[in-house]
Design a protein around this ligand. Structure first.
Ligand code: EPZ
Length: 421
């Protein structure tokens, strides 16, 4: 298992090129199942989860052609409609194949994703939505088996669906299912994340008829078939936010290149509140910090609220920033796994259910720590970059799921990170 060895207290200076968003690329790669023509994608990040998705799609019969700048997927002859557990257990987002397979082929078998480090991660809202569209869904030895064979011309039927909770992949799964359904589907209480909008924009390029992207109500008018398209994946606002916090915690000055700042308002306003200078030009956000940070209170919420995927990173910032602060995690029930590891580095944090109170102003000490989930491991990298001495982070495969060339990008702006197997 790979480890990262990080020597801390080095100021970060320079340019960081932000990659395509993992959470946009995953549903968009899977959207290729909706058409027999080629979907050509640019700015797809090179991540473990992307490779897992490619493997899954390839196992179903999707033809995949990869050059260094273009990923082409063609679902001309799909022969397997099954997402097996050994793939789903490593990547929960595999549940997203359900919508396209049901919509275009009328049947699918997807291993029910288990929970993960951050919570139980149920998919009941996905299932209820497919059933509202007429699908028959049953459980068979741990798999979700879905079909529309009993429906007229084997097609889902458009429906009005109110989702009981804002769910990102739930919105995405049902939006993809509705594209080829008979009639109009109205999705209510939709997620408004930029990654959901990016998927919707790609589907529209493929010929889908979708209105209301970015609002709580999305209307999809089913069509007979979708065509090929070309699409460039939106930037990764969570990767960008992670580098911005790193600059703040190391009294550095960095330019994040390829960033649409209007999609990061809640994170940028929290950075300003912490005492960081933020300058926005057209596609660059520059961060300058004198290292004197004030800790910030925050509560995670669906977009445009503060993103839960940035909670662990700001927890690390609060441990070194001056003052007592409160972080409330409202999306997932167990997303404080990074706290125990930060405490090993000298942080003073007390958890009470979904509220973490931290007493800041600390100088963290390098230590041996363990990554537990993707964003928790990012927060340990941030803590290590600002800590005195050397930190060894174990189980960093979690990081490789969501951060492209992490140590290379950090070392290019002055960090000292070494990967050892
Ligand atoms: C997506 O997960 C992201 N993953 C997560 O990013 C992100 O943290 C999350 O949205 C919230 O923004 C991808 O896009 C691949 P949800 P998702 O469904 O869709 C409950 C990362 O670090 N819920 O929006 O699985 C659920 O338990 C990952 O990149 C149900 O109860 O999250 C949670 O409390 C981690 N029933 C809440 O809704 C359902 O059927 C929001 O979850 C679905 C969800």
């Amino acid at each position: 298992m790979d480890k990262l060895i990080i020597n801390g207290q080095r100021k970060l200076y320079g340019d960081v090129y932000i990659s395509g968003a993992k959470n946009a690329a995953l549903p968009i790669l899977i959207a290729s199942l909706l058409s027999k023509e080629a979907l050509k994608l640019k700015n797809v990040p090179n991540l473990f989860d992307i490779n897992t998705t490619e493997k899954l799609l390839f196992s179903m019969g999707v033809e995949i052609l990869k050059t260094d700048s273009l990923l082409t997927l063609k679902a001309r002859n799909i022969k397997d409609f099954h997402a097996p557990y050994d793939l789903v257990k490593t990547m929960r987002a595999s549940i997203l194949v359900l919508g396209p397979l049901l919509s275009r082929f009328g049947h699918a078998r997807v291993a029910r994703p288990g929970g993960c480090a951050i919570g139980s991660r149920p998919v009941d809202i996905h299932i209820k939505g497919f059933e509202a569209m007429g699908a028959k869904i049953k459980n068979e030895s741990g798999d979700i088996v879905a079909s529309t064979e009993h429906l007229p011309n084997n097609r889902l039927i458009g429906a009005e669906i109110s989702m009981s909770q804002v769910t990102v992949t739930g919105t995405e799964n049902l939006m993809m299912a509705a594209c080829l359904a008979n009639g109009v589907t109205i999705l209510k209480n939709c997620a408004k994340e930029p990654e959901v909008i990016d998927l919707g924009n790609c589907l529209v390029k493929m010929g889908a008829i979708i209105k209301g992207l970015g609002t709580a109500i999305i209307t999809i008018e089913g069509v007979d078939e979708l065509n090929g398209a070309e699409h460039s994946i939106i930037f990764d606002r969570i990767e960008a936010g992670t580098y911005m916090v790193a600059a703040a915690m190391t009294a550095g000055e960095i330019n994040c290149i390829g960033v649409e700042s209007d999609k990061m308002t809640s994170v940028i306003s929290k950075l300003k509140e912490a005492g960081v200078d933020v300058i926005k030009t057209d596609n660059i956000v520059s961060i300058k910090s004198n290292g004197k940070l004030k800790s910030v209170n925050l509560e995670t919420a669906p977009y445009p609220g503060f993103p839960t995927d940035m909670q662990a990173q700001f927890m690390a910032l609060n441990t070194v920033a001056e003052g007592v602060s409160k972080i409330k995690e409202t999306i997932f029930e167990n997303r404080f796994m990074h706290v125990q590891e930060l405490i090993r580095m000298g942080a003073d944090i007390v958890i009470n259910q979904n509220l973490a109170v931290s007493r800041g102003g600390k100088v963290l000490e390098g230590a041996s720590v363990m990554a537990t989930d993707l964003r928790a491991s990012a927060s340990l990298v941030l803590a290590a970059l600002s800590a005195k001495g050397t930190t060894v982070i174990d189980r960093i495969y979690h990081l490789d799921r969501g951060y492209e060339n992490l140590e290379k990008k950090f070392n290019q702006i002055g960090a000292h990170i070494e990967r050892v197997s």
